[in-house]
Design a protein around this ligand. Structure first.
Ligand code: UDP
Ligand code: MG
Length: 320
């Protein structure tokens, strides 16, 4: 029996570039299927788009027997959309990619080759970012540095992206065992183990529309990622405490020496500095504890990761 590739594409307000994405990607998938013998399915997950994205997707699904659409009842975010696509997929390999052509479908034959060689996880590494400014590059590099320093055994690929490919067994692990509400999907993919490899790709600029990730969303993502893979921030209090005690000891010696030398200690500045440092440290630690508390709260509530409104099957049938 021939193998099958599932391509999962998350879509949020992409009406401007969606047709271009499909017209570019479908022929590549067809040609790849012919060359490699891998059948394919193209699963779009409409993450509560407020524009005409769903109508466009419906068109694709009606005209193309390879296309299915999962339509969310509300916007749940990029990761939830990928998770839904992975849950629904039936292929021997699953590729997750963006709908804005920043993840080139030209990489897909290479991915299939890796699957044929027996790899289970293919992390796609950006080797350039046509659209990314210096700020995004620096923060992204810094993020992976901090993550790797704090996350113990798990090591993350620098410049890895939400463009990745996983085998059926990894997809099943994600589907059955990684159901956290607060999550870092990219991290899970890299930490499940199995046979891993990387492929490079050139990220191009978005074909149309605007990025949906603003600074706030990126900070949220980074914080979730760190708290999900590391307990170092929780333990920061001990280090901060030891350091503060040491600083206090030095200040004490300094004051005593000054007392005996007869030079009056400059009390005001000492008090201000100590207060500021102490409160700073205290609030940072408190903030991190609240962050973990919020995660525990979200998990305890046990709400669904996503809610499906309707599914358009590959036969073009719409199930409510
Ligand atoms: N996306 C989504 N839900 C969201 C935000 C984004 O499904 O709430 C999709 C979006 O349509 C795109 C992908 O996730 O296919 C990446 O988003 P975007 O291009 O805005 O992010 P960037 O590439 O700038 O990091
Ligand atoms: Mg993008």
């Amino acid at each position: 029996m021939s193998k099958k590739l599932s391509v999962v594409v998350s879509v949020y307000n992409e009406e401007l570039g969606l047709r271009q994405f499909y017209q570019h990607t479908a022929p590549i998938l067809q040609a790849t299927s012919k060359n490699t013998g891998w059948d394919y399915e193209l699963i779009f997950v409409n993450d509560g788009s407020k524009d005409a994205s769903l109508d466009i997707l419906r068109e694709f699904a009606t005209a193309d027997e390879h296309v299915a659409v999962i339509n969310f009842a509300a916007n749940r975010g990029h990761e939830a959309a990928m998770i839904a696509g992975i849950d629904y997929s039936t292929g021997d390999g699953v590729v997750c990619m963006d709908a804005d052509l920043q993840h080139p479908p030209e990489s897909i034959p290479g991915i299939i080759e890796k699957f044929n060689e027996g790899f289970d996880v293919v992390s796609m590494i950006r080797n350039s970012r046509a659209d990314a400014g210096i700020f995004k590059r620096i923060t992204s590099a810094l993020f992976y540095k901090v993550m790797n320093a704090m996350s113990g055994k798990t090591k993350f690929e620098n410049n890895s992206s939400d463009f990745f490919a996983i085998s059926r067994r990894v997809a099943l692990v994600l589907k059955n065992d990684y159901r956290e509400r607060v999550r870092f999907l990219r991290g899970y993919v890299q930490s499940v183990g199995f046979k891993k490899t990387t492929l490079e790709f050139d990220a191009s600029a978005r074909v149309a529309g605007e990025s949906n990730y603003n600074l706030k969303a990126l900070i949220k993502l980074s914080l979730n990622a760190i708290c999900n893979f590391s307990d170092v921030p929780l333990k920061m209090g001990i280090y901060a405490g030891v350091f503060s005690l040491f600083a206090a000891f030095v200040l004490l010696i300094y004051s005593i020496v000054q007392y005996f030398l007869g030079t009056a200690p400059n009390g005001y500045s000492t008090i201000i500095v100590v207060l500021c440092v102490m409160f700073g440290v205290l609030f940072i630690i408190l903030g991190f504890i609240s962050e973990y508390l919020a995660i525990i709260f979200a998990e305890v509530k046990n709400r669904p990761i996503y809610i499906v409104d309707s599914i358009i099957t590959k036969d073009g049938e719409e199930l409510k």
